[in-house]
Write a protein that binds this ligand. Sequence first.
Ligand code: 15L
Length: 263
Amino acid sequence: MTEPVLLTGASGALGRMLARELSAAGVRLVLTDIAPFPDALPPGSRFEEAELEDGVAIRRLAKGCRAILHFGGASVERPFEEVIGPNIRGLHHVYEAARREGARVLFASSNHAIGFHERTETLDIGCALMPDGYYGLSKAYGELMGRLYWDKHGVESVVVRIGSCFLQPRDARMLHTWLSYPDLARLCLAALAAPEVGYARIWGVGDNPDPWWVEDDRARIGWQPRDGTAPFRDALAGRTSGDAIAERFQGGAFCAMGHSRRD
Ligand code: 15L
């Protein structure tokens, strides 16, 4: 039997979906989160409550794992002090555990690492990091942590810069940023199965019309999205926020939060 995979953030919306889908695909999982796992445990998995800031617990949970799917931590904009623990210190614990185990990391990054690019821009994955808040800044740090651990320690990473991963797109912005649950699950399986990934960065976005994000390392894991927002276009095109800052930048409402620049 192949070695298990550690999934952090297992009790969140994406974590629960991945636990179900990956287990159904035969992956043995060690699940962890600060909150209890709300569903019945999927076959072949076990769950342990732990804080990402608890390095001893993270190292213990990662023991014997071949990969860490890191979906834990603050997942929306929060005050700086609330981001530091899970997303900065916690991420370091995850990478240290991966180094000790020789495990591959899939890091769930976010479009908020590049949120201050204007919506008129088309970006490739090597574009400038332009975080739109402390959460986005922590994702930019995470992407660079993966770079450091590959260059210095040979720890492989698949960085997935996720747009908006929900059951369905909800507004006009998500016509560009949406990623379906099945496409994310297939991406994770491809990232686990690929023989070599090195340091690979991939846009976590569907096959959407008028893409903002193109060109990345997806060929290295052999993944392509199958779902896209074309069927939702008529229903959502007019659903905008009415906020000038949110509508100008790719990060949307996150850019507008606490925005005080005057020019
Ligand atoms: C994210 O990074 C968040 O985790 C998610 O809740 C959405 O806000 C998403 O970005 C988005 O930009 O739509």
